[in-house]
Design a protein around this ligand. Structure first.
Ligand SMILES: Nc1ncnc2c1ncn2[C@@H]1O[C@H](COP(=O)(O)OP(=O)(O)O)[C@@H](O)[C@H]1O
Ligand SMILES: [Mg+2]
Length: 356
């Protein structure tokens, strides 16, 4: 099922404040796509998901499921959640504590008044798929976090929804479990080819799951792209900071104009500012960004070289994160080798620089 949002907004109004939780969002999610909404806490992710599910009504704008208009304030159309064929998985799992696993999974089918025999068949099929068949007669209170999460997913998938909505479904799991559960969700989604919208504040999760990711900030979408695209071509500072396991090095520099050319001054270095980046100059300053893997120690050749002092070395397992100091600037450098020197040459190339 294709989903289209047009100028979608949701404002919460209470006596004390007015929050534009979702602010004029336009996007299109393809049939069978795994679409991730990534953003910090409070940016409006859950509200956006709830609007798609039909748990909230838009303040303005429209939502289409395929060619069908399911919500429009202006046209006074609102299709309730039960008629949208969506299933949702919440962070809290929201299992019914008084029902066993079988009955939890069967619940949506009972509402649909499916016959007993079919219910049993469908529940067993999905339980097999999620490897929870031997838990069918346990109560939620007897399950681990990971098991509860599987049951919640099984319950969501059992009635074969055309859209699957997941709101931070892994945040209650510990790190190791999260990695496995993440891979399982991805595998399941590719098997079932069900249009999926997945909300998270965790950029690693977003990068590893999404066919495309929308980076959200204060109710708006900052950028939409594939994981590679967002990493390589962040459109602005917010996206650059948000994407990447090791935060990008960002340095505010002064501008120098020489022979009608503009440079960013990094200590003694004069860094060329490409013509199409001049728009980023504000009050005689520009921010340059460089990812830690693009800083090379003792490079054979590099467009720019600095002599830097080694401050701290953090072993990351396979690699080392080396914190260096150059003039008043600090950088993080990713290195495969451990450094014993106190001072090192660090080089980088023009093509690896970002300007904001
Ligand atoms: N029912 C509500 N009433 C009033 N304000 C709300 C309601 N739900 C969410 N908000 C506000 O809308 C903003 C976005 O919230 P939310 O969508 O939950 O963000 P996220 O899921 O990204 O953490 C927040 O400022 C939050 O306080
Ligand atoms: Mg939320």
């Amino acid at each position: 099922m294709k989903i289209k949002l047009i100028n979608l907004s949701k404002t919460f109004i209470s006596p004390r404040r007015r929050v534009k939780a979702v602010n004029n969002i336009n996007l299109e999610i393809g049939k069978g796509e795994f679409f991730v909404i990534l953003g910090p806490s409070g940016c409006g992710k859950s509200t956006l998901l709830n609007l798609i599910a039909g748990l909230e009504k838009p303040s303005s704008g429209e939502i289409y499921f395929g060619e069908k208009l399911v919500a429009s304030k202006e046209k006074k159309i609102f299709i309730p959640p039960k008629d949208r064929n969506v299933a949702m998985v919440f962070q809290s799992y929201a299992l019914y504590p008084h029902l066993n696993v079988f009955e939890n999974i069967a619940f949506p089918l009972r509402i649909q008044k499916l016959d007993k025999h079919s219910i049993k068949k469908e529940v067993e099929k999905i339980a097999e798929m999620l490897e929870i068949k031997d838990l069918l007669f346990a109560r939620p209170s007897e399950l681990s976090g990971g098991q509860k999460q599987r049951v919640a997913i099984a319950r969501a998938l059992v009635r074969k929804p055309s859209v699957l909505l997941l709101d931070e479904p892994l945040s209650n799991l510990d790190a190791q479990l999260r990695i496995n559960a993440r891979a399982e969700i991805k595998f399941l989604q590719k098997e079932l080819k069900i249009t999926t919208i997945y909300v998270t504040h965790d950029q690693i999760e977003a990068m590893s799951l999404g066919d495309r990711i929308a980076v959200m900030n204060k109710g708006k979408i900052e950028q939409i792209g594939s994981p590679e695209d967002l990493y390589k071509n962040p459109k602005n500072l917010f996206v650059a900071k948000f994407i990447g396991t090791i935060p990008i090095n960002l340095i505010e520099t002064e501008i120098l104009e020489e022979d009608k050319k503009l440079y960013s001054l990094l200590g003694d270095l004069k860094i060329k500012i490409p013509d199409d980046k001049k728009e980023f100059i504000k009050e005689g300053k520009i921010i340059i960004g460089i990812r830690s893997e693009h800083l090379k120690i003792n490079p054979k050749s590099a467009d720019y070289n600095i002599l830097a002092r080694v401050k701290v070395i953090e072993p990351l397992g396979r690699e080392y994160l080396i914190h260096i100091e150059y003039k008043n600037y600090t950088f993080k450098v990713l290195s495969l080798e451990k450094i014993s020197e106190k001072e090192i040459i660090v080089g980088f190339n023009q093509q690896d620089l970002y300007f904001f």
